[in-house]
Design a protein around this ligand. Structure first.
Ligand code: SDX
Length: 427
């Protein structure tokens, strides 16, 4: 028998069905709440509200578990390639060799971007933040690669290939121009990550030597960022896509949401925070105290805390270990790594953080690795976007295939009640 939840309000009792997911998460189905009771729910930030059913990513915030389509993130980070994980997220299973060869070859052959997109890019000031450029250019892709007819999605797979293939190409343009260097074209003979690195770092005057240590480190980082169920930017992609907007406009909205310092922009904030602590003498306890008095100092420890993880973010554990490995293999000695470890140690032993279950999140150590790979701070969130792209695509595709209704939350109105209009001359 289906379980139900009983609600008594205004002296009347109501029953609502409950449901349980494959990992035993439970929910009340309140789809008919307002029709039955006249009440809506209020849940600021949707801390308790499930927006959908999804088969893509499972995470358990209490246990620190993260799985993509049932595969543990630890396994995927250690054994898979980023494009394999992209295929898994988008199409639901790890690809066979033939499937992967076809998928990877398609991506390889779509990395070139329409030259007219450069005219849009050239209109940005050199100082433009790469995330603003990326979001604009992805939105512009809808003009260069329109659906055959609106709502006719039979070429969705081609749009998916185009997004995966072209995002790294346009992502490098901002960096090259910030240096006054010419942008690089992709090379079909290079694999996905080497191609990105080559576009980022090669120069007309000398070839760029692809370092396998750098490739492997980026592969792990992109996999770890690939999806994270209904986070802010993914929910944005789903909401925009629920109006039948095209995939490029939906992904562009997701890039904009990710940019915020409380979300993907945190990886840039973390490095700037660690640099400030270093410049201020490296006294981490001073900054822990400032964070504890956030209401007066307005200071937050970026890279700490998470809406869902009330235990260690499993991604942070992997990245922290990778940071040690990569920096030692590259012979990089970055003092902010020790400051980060000292900050983590101080915070994890402080009652304020323990009580609020604030642990390092995915953004706390990632910037240290990006920096060791030669990637500048203002490109860190772009790296997050490149990693998260397959997750956004998978979630958008699932939303469309599930024929989700257009998203339209309700509200509790607290404004003025009806009042007479007073003509201007009388005011
Ligand atoms: C990502 O959702 C996802 O899955 C996101 C993500 C993904 O993969 O998509 O995991 C990626 O966005 C990671 C988070 C990156 N953001 C940061 O590192 C920014 C710093 N962290 C916080 O701003 C905060 O922890 C959030 C935004 C991440 C979560 O905020 P919540 O869940 O709304 O929690 P909250 O702001 O209500 O904080 C609860 C308490 C508050 O104290 P009290 O009012 O109870 O006294 O904890 C405090 C907060 O002041 N707190 C912090 C803190 N984070 C929360 N205090 C100091 N430093 C912090 N970082």
């Amino acid at each position: 028998m289906a379980n139900t939840a009983e609600l008594t309000v205004d002296g009347k009792s109501y029953s609502f069905p409950t449901l349980e997911g494959t990992e035993h998460e439970k929910a009340f189905d309140i789809s008919n709440l307002r029709d039955q009771t006249g009440y809506v729910t209020l849940d600021r930030g949707y801390k308790n509200t499930g927006a959908t059913k999804s088969a893509i990513t499972f995470l358990d915030g209490e246990e620190g578990i993260l799985q993509y389509r049932g595969y543990a993130i630890e396994d995927l980070a250690a054994k898979a390639s980023f494009l394999e994980v992209a295929y898994l997220l988008i199409y639901g299973d790890l690809p066979t060799k033939d499937q992967f060869t076809q998928f990877e070859t398609s991506v390889r052959r779509h990395t070139l971007v329409n030259e007219d997109m450069r005219k849009i890019f050239d209109g940005f000031p050199v100082s433009a933040h790469p995330m603003g450029v990326l979001s604009s250019l992805v939105s512009a892709m809808s003009a260069f690669y329109p659906d055959l007819e609106s709502g006719k999605e039979d070429n969705t797979d081609l749009h998916i290939i185009r997004l995966l293939a072209k995002l790294p190409t346009i992502a490098t343009w901002s960096y090259k121009r910030s240096l006054g260097h010419p942008t690089n074209y992709p090379k079909n003979q290079l694999d996905y990550i080497p191609n990105f690195l080559n576009m980022m770092f090669s120069l007309p005057v000398e070839d760029y030597k692809i370092d396998p240590v750098v490739v492997e480190a980026l592969n792990v980082l992109l996999i770890l960022h690939a999806d994270h169920e209904q986070n802010c930017s993914t929910s944005t992609v789903r909401l925009v896509g629920s109006s039948q907007a095209n995939i490029y406009s939906s992904i562009s909205a997701g890039i904009s949401a990710l940019w915020g310092p409380l979300h993907g922009g945190a990886n840039q904030e973390v490095i700037e925070m660690l640099e400030a602590i270093k410049a201020d003498g490296g006294d981490v306890s001073k900054y822990v105290d400032m964070a504890k008095n956030a209401k007066t100092t307005g200071f937050r420890l970026f890279g700490f805390g998470h809406r869902v993880y009330k235990n260690f973010d499993p991604r942070a554990k992997i990245i922290k270990k990778a940071a040690d490995d990569v920096l030692s293999k590259l012979g990089v000695n970055d003092p902010v790594l020790e400051i980060a470890k000292g900050l983590e140690e101080a915070a994890l032993n402080d009652e304020y953080f323990i009580q609020r279950k604030l642990y390092p999140n995915v953004d706390f150590y990632s910037g240290i690795i990006y920096r060791a790979l030669g990637i500048p701070t203002n490109m860190f969130t772009v790296m997050f976007a490149i990693g998260r792209l397959p997750g956004w695509i998978a979630q958008w595709k699932e939303m469309r295939e599930q024929k989700e209704p257009i998203g339209r939350p309700r509200q509790i109105y607290t404004g003025a009640t009806l009042r007479e209009f007073t003509p201007l001359e009388s005011r």
